[in-house]
Design a protein around this ligand. Structure first.
Ligand code: MTE
Ligand code: MO
Length: 529
């Protein structure tokens, strides 16, 4: 096409079809690259795959406001959306790289290599990476993708024997078989499972939970109201909300798991195995867990029966004293296998409340997504300052000396749960018939308890709702209010008063920096009349 053309380049101008094929070649090379990386990551460490590694790096650098927006808009699918976004972006780049390779074969091939290096860099710089082996999935994928792109563009640039046209048939055969082979290999890799994950699954299946030395008192019969549409008093594990930054759920082999206890005021550093923990006196407690990102009326709250050991006992044995007894550490920093850090006030953990290192949830070992083998649960504190999943170590330090993960991202270092109440039924914008309508929901103020719940229709007077029986002050409480609904559009509002006598303030605040407050209300349409 011009004088700069070098030897070995095609003697013809690529047609529009060739360019289309070249772009497609870029896409297929990227696809094969990711499939190979996925296959290798399965053998090495699933979290070290390029998509989770780059995704994790993006999550850690996402401004808090954007993260809150993503949670609000995409809910618990936010992680899937992020990974899809990465794939779409990569797809677009791949089309460009394919076109580039048609003109500059080596440069295009090198670009694939550069993406591989980027993935490798992301993988080894993740906080949970402890070995350079984590670079291997991305690098292997890059080699496969680069080689394929090189071959494919070769087909397009080499005239088919006996013609002066690109070898499109050769291109399609190579592209098709490479795509199929990669798909097959990746599917097979997933089907046989990964060694790490299989050990984890086996260790979970083999775990026999100890009988609690201190069982939870039976849930009072009246705690569960018989109202259709109300949140069940105990949230089944499969329905329990999940909030974390993990793009791949960590699968920890319980047999190899260790918990390290160290830091300021610890007489002698200690390491516990799961067996050592479960052999200690165990307690079972009903505790309601809530997320600071829960909007007024939102879904990120659940109530479970946890089984574990008392964290304060472990700390006392190690010589730790709370600040009120002159201990040097006021913050306990829990670290997880996936690099999360969660800072909890030592004073609260040791003030007599049932702060647990939990291994059981509703009668079974913790589900992987909820922190298997061990997590923390502290009544009265939001999850991001208390409920470290997949916990690996506990360090005693001070709030002055260390900011846990969410603190530099704009969230408060200390965050007791705010009193909240939620209308579960009728649902927002529901249509109901005139007559008696059961307005019902849940209210929570962990560790203070719920004393009163009131309901208001439009601008009418506040009326006391009937409360379900209190399980403990660490659990939420159901409430119901029979309302004689009249035709028209009505606004139902709820507010709760906690065990200290404080009533929820009306004014809505955002979740940031330390949890939303304000009254929940729903608008309903009553028909008939
Ligand atoms: N390792 C780890 N632990 C974590 C988190 C996390 O991102 N990583 N998120 C915390 C937050 S913000 C909350 S609200 C709770 C949620 O626990 P769940 O997913 O079991 O409901 O876990 C906490 N523990
Ligand atoms: Mo949270």
């Amino acid at each position: 096409m011009n004088a700069t053309r070098t030897a070995g380049e095609p003697q013809y101008e690529p047609t529009r079809t060739d360019r289309l094929l070249a772009a497609l070649g870029g896409l297929i090379s990227a696809y094969v690259s990711l499939a190979v990386a996925d296959l290798v990551a399965g053998r090495v460490r699933p979290e070290a795959g390029p998509v989770p590694a780059v995704g994790g790096a993006v999550v850690d650098r996402t401004p808090a406001g954007l993260k809150e927006w993503a949670i609000r808009v995409f809910g618990e699918s936010d992680k899937a959306v992020l990974q899809l976004g990465i794939l779409v972006l990569l797809g677009l780049l791949a089309l460009g790289v394919g076109l580039l390779a048609l003109r500059r074969r080596l440069l295009g091939t090198a670009a694939v290599g550069a993406f591989g290096l980027l993935g490798a860099l992301a993988a080894v710089t993740r906080p949970d990476s402890d070995s350079a082996v984590d670079a291997v999935p991305s690098l292997a994928g890059a080699v496969a993708g680069a080689a394929l792109l090189y071959v494919l563009t070769g087909r397009l640039r080499a005239p088919r024997p006996g013609t002066d046209r690109a070898d499109r048939r050769g291109f399609l055969i190579v592209a098709g078989s490479a795509g199929l082979a990669a798909t097959g290999a990746a599917a097979l890799g997933r089907a046989v499972g990964t060694p790490v994950q299989e050990n984890a699954a086996a260790s979970r299946a083999a775990l026999r939970l100890p009988r609690p030395d201190s069982p939870a008192p039976a849930v009072p019969a009246g705690a569960q109201l018989r109202v259709p549409g109300i949140s069940p008093f105990v949230t089944p594990n499969r329905d329990f909300y999940r909030v974390d930054t993990a793009l791949v759920v960590p699968k920890v082999d319980a047999d190899r798991w260790r918990l390290r206890l160290h830091g300021s005021g610890v007489r002698e550093e200690r390491t516990f195995t799961l067996r050592e923990l479960t052999a200690r006196p165990t307690l079972e407690r009903d505790i309601t867990l809530a997320c600071v990102s829960n909007e007024v009326g939102g879904p990120y709250v659940g109530n479970a029966r946890w089984l574990g050991v008392r964290l304060a006992d472990l700390l006392r044995e190690a010589g730790v004293r709370p600040p009120s007894e002159g201990g040097p550490a006021d913050q306990l920093v829990a670290r997880s296998v996936d690099g999360m850090t969660i800072g909890t006030p030592v004073e609260e953990v040791m003030d007599g409340r049932d702060a647990l290192l939990a291994f059981g949830m509703n009668g079974e070992p913790l589900p992987f997504s909820h922190g298997f083998p061990v997590r923390m649960v502290v009544p009265g504190l939001y999850g991001y300052v208390s409920a470290c999943k997949w916990i690996r170590s506990i360090e005693l330090t001070t709030f002055d000396a260390y900011d846990a993960y969410w603190v530099p991202r704009g969230w408060a270092a200390q965050a007791p749960v705010k009193t909240q109440s939620r209308i579960d039924t009728p649902r927002a914008l529901a249509r109901t018939a005139a007559g008696t309508v059961m307005v019902a929901g849940v209210a929570w103020a962990q560790h203070r308890g719920i004393r009163r719940v009131e309901v208001r229709v439009d601008d009418g007077p506040w009326r006391d709702a009937t409360l379900g029986a209190e399980d403990t002050r660490d659990t939420w409480r159901q409430w119901v209010h029979p309302w004689t609904a009249t035709p028209g559009r009505h606004t139902l509002t709820v507010r709760a008063t906690d065990g200290t006598g404080a009533t929820q303030p009306e004014e809505r605040t955002s979740t940031m920096p330390d949890g939303a407050q304000g009254w929940h209300s729903v608008v309903v349409r009553v028909e008939g009349g």
